[in-house]
Ligand binder design. Sequence first.
Ligand code: NAP
Length: 355
Amino acid sequence: MGKTVLVIGTGTIGEPLIGLLADIRKDVGIDEVIFNKHTPLVHDRTKVIYLMRRGAKLAVDEEKIPQFQELGMEPTYTKLEALDRADVVIDCTPKGFGMENKREYYKNFEHNTLGFIAQGSEFGFGKMYVHGVNDEALVPGEDRYIQVVSCNTHNLAVLIHTLALSGGPDNLVEGRFVCMRRANDISQTSSYVPSPTVSEHIDPRFGTHHARDAHHLFQTLGLELNLFSSAIKLNTQYMHTIWFHLSLKRPTTLERVHELLHENRHIAVTHKKSANLVFSFGRDHGHYGRILNNTVVVLPSLHVSGDGKEIHGFCFTPQDGNSLLSSVAATLWFLYPDDYTERLRVLEPYFYQEI
Ligand SMILES: NC(=O)c1ccc[n+]([C@@H]2O[C@H](COP(=O)([O-])OP(=O)(O)OC[C@H]3O[C@@H](n4cnc5c(N)ncnc54)[C@H](OP(=O)(O)O)[C@@H]3O)[C@@H](O)[C@H]2O)c1
């Protein structure tokens, strides 16, 4: 039986995900990659055509087929045909649409689909997931809906997992984070800010959604962590930057922190202190500019207190690369739960130990 993966949405996260899946499909055991584009737009034509050249097939709403054809984009399937063929569906639509699609479409295709995946904004869609952090929480045959958490939540999660929980499940006393977000993505034209703009602490317990989502992620492992996050948007387009403070029960040393970071292949370290240098490295050595690590920790920024119980530091969030990796990992987990990590090795050239 052929394995088919359908990506819904061709935006900031959908476009690179479709391209990545098309590029690696033969190596990882995917026969067909289909993408659903919602709106026929002349300025999106090149993106669609080049994704098709890389081997992905276009699916659109049946009534929009003539509009796509008029613009020179030839669909292979209707959206419903694509949903019917898909073994795994990855929803990459804006906030709220994933939940709506779950109600309107995905529930009707559960009988012939292994699983559905949504992205960072779809709180409540399914089990929260970060590849390399809570893989053991996924239950084959039971988990049909997975939410790949946001890129900054990936970053928080891997820091907590590596620097605190490696010392025992009860080792984290508290984790505090300031997410300094880039104003918008390279591909986006709206939401740029002219100066640093702070976010409200809308969550009474966790501050912003980053700590809330990380808390829920670790709940899948049976842990109740004390986390709090704040967020500020900066007038840069390069990378998100995170300041972190982990308070531990058991003391550590700076040397041990370096060792732990080195041992985790999802973490890159760097001596570069500027986000544009790390971003630029990704442009030259990543997959279409993206490195797939969960975080890039700035070594000179690390500080361990005299009693060894407080770790402070800064790290950069690798664009959308970490969410792309978890999306591919979740897809392969649905398709091949027994050996998906082996199959993921094809992406190892884009995990860096040092940047
Ligand atoms: N931006 C990031 O770096 C990033 C990182 C991690 C996670 N995420 C998450 O990824 C998700 C998508 O974010 P994004 O930044 O990629 O959004 P985006 O750039 O706005 O793209 C969303 C895409 O969905 C399609 N779409 C719009 N309305 C639709 C509808 N009614 N039905 C179906 N498709 C529709 C759009 O049109 P077409 O189908 O016509 O293309 C668009 O390409 C969010 O959950 C976000 O939190 C984003």
